[in-house]
Design a protein around this ligand. Structure first.
Ligand SMILES: *[C@@H]1O[C@H](CO)[C@@H](O)[C@H](O)[C@H]1NC(C)=O
Ligand SMILES: *[C@@H]1O[C@H](CO)[C@@H](O)[C@H](O)[C@H]1NC(C)=O
Ligand SMILES: *[C@@H]1O[C@H](CO)[C@@H](O)[C@H](O)[C@H]1NC(C)=O
Length: 390
């Protein structure tokens, strides 16, 4: 489980590298003006030919909620695969028969059995950056070997036709236990299957209902908003990057208090493929200072913090991030205290990992998204939130 919180940032870092052979460095996401990407009023309803579709999601749960994934259909006849719908990355990659033993726990797409498959012939290796997770976080131990291709695909019964994708031809053992077969990037610029669906007239937004495992019924709605899943109305905020689902936060508070370090503006990236929260070291320490002096870095797993498991359940740790709505009003998104523990470290099971990892960027993951219905509006370059009451 803890390993999967690494996967989050991994999925995020995949976006930071271009396709091709790359070594990941710590890249600070740039802020890019998005003015030209806004759609004119009314434009979104002109060519509406496809109706919204709900895609059920399963929770990869191992002591804690880690990842949510759902089915896609690829090839002719279609082969069913499962992918994490990852707002922190932008491409599609999944296990294939070219991978074999290293992908033995995943369902492997067989390109020889698809009449519509076209090999792209381009091979690449993505080395994912880590340093924000638990479990062995050593050098380049998160790596996928890929081969470019195109094939037809559909999601939620919506047929996207031929799309670019990557077959996984090899992977490091760190990926082996995943109960899903690949990753579908859902970054805020149109690409892949979603671009095709929008070209066919699907509204250019999707929504996520990432419930805890104990509740179940998680879903993604493509092209629409399922207003039976939240309480009250959605609050929307403009994103501040065209590459990331990024909002500007004016302040962080913990149990109703803030501090000089925390009461400042920072850009935060919302990543459905990350289960934890990631903040720069000083911010992570400032949050923990308001929770307990006993939360300390775990040097065995750089970037992580922990506290004795028998202390963690009684700690109040309500963490609020303040954002500004499109109407200029402040609003809070709040993580309840119950999310503080990520679970025991493998190398020291009496020590429990705490929610926030330290790295040189700020990511809000599923531990917050689990408590809100979220709308990811690519056409409007904005995000919407409403409490689920869960
Ligand atoms: C669940 O966690 C345990 C303990 O950390 C680990 O040994 C096991 O491989 C994990 N299972 C999956 C499916 O990730
Ligand atoms: C956000 O939470 C903080 C801490 O509890 C509180 O002081 C502030 O008034 C809240 N802001 C809004 C807009 O609710
Ligand atoms: C962040 O970057 C600084 C300077 O580049 C470095 O010293 C520090 O170790 C980095 N922190 C993390 C958590 O990676």
């Amino acid at each position: 489980m803890l390993r999967l919180s690494v996967l989050l940032s991994i999925a995020l870092l995949a976006l930071l590298v271009s396709a091709g052979t790359v070594a990941v460095s710590r890249v600070k996401p740039a802020t890019i003006s998005l003015g030209s990407r806004k759609i004119a009023p009314g434009e979104g309803v002109q060519r509406r030919a496809l109706s919204p579709s709900d895609v059920p999601l399963k929770d990869y749960f191992n002591g804690t909620d880690l990842q949510w994934f759902g089915e896609i259909e690829v090839g002719t006849p279609s082969q069913t695969l499962t992918v994490v719908f990852d707002t922190g990355s932008s491409s599609l990659e999944f296990a294939s028969t070219l991978c074999g033993a290293p992908c033995k726990n995943q369902k492997q797409f067989d390109p020889t059995k698809s009449s519509t498959f076209k090999d792209g012939g381009r091979t690449s290796t993505i080395t994912f950056g880590t340093g924000v997770g638990v479990d062995p976080v050593v050098g380049n131990n998160w790596q996928l070997s890929l081969r470019s291709a195109t094939d037809v695909m559909s999601v939620g019964g919506l047929n996207a036709g031929a799309v670019s994708l990557f077959l996984i031809t090899n992977q490091t053992p760190t990926f082996a236990p995943d109960p899903f077969d690949g990753i579908q990037g859902m970054a805020p610029r149109l690409s892949g299957f979603f671009a095709s669906l929008v070209n066919q007239g699907l509204p250019s937004l999707f929504s996520l209902f990432l419930t805890p495992n104990s509740v179940g019924g998680a879903e993604m709605t493509l092209g629409g908003i399922d207003d039976s899943k939240f309480i009250g109305s959605l609050t929307f905020a403009d994103i501040t990057s065209t590459s990331f689902w990024q909002l500007t936060s004016s302040s962080i508070s913990v149990n109703g208090k803030t501090s000089r370090t925390l009461n400042t503006r920072r850009s935060m990236i919302f990543d459905s493929g990350t289960s934890n929260i990631v903040l720069p070291q000083a911010d992570a320490e400032a949050v923990y200072a308001l929770i307990s002096p006993d939360i300390k870095p775990n040097p065995a797993e750089p970037g992580t913090f922990g506290i004795a498991c028998n202390q963690i359940t009684s700690l109040p740790a309500e963490i609020s991030f303040t954002f500004t709505s499109q109407q200029g009003q402040p609003f809070n998104l709040t993580i309840p205290s119950s999310e503080l523990s990520v679970g025991p470290f493998r190398n020291n099971p009496s020590l429990c990992q705490t929610l926030i990892n330290a790295d040189n960027f700020s990511i809000i993951g599923a531990s917050l998204l689990k408590h809100y219905y979220s709308v990811w509006d690519i056409g409007g370059q904005r995000m919407g939130f409403a409490p689920t009451g869960i």
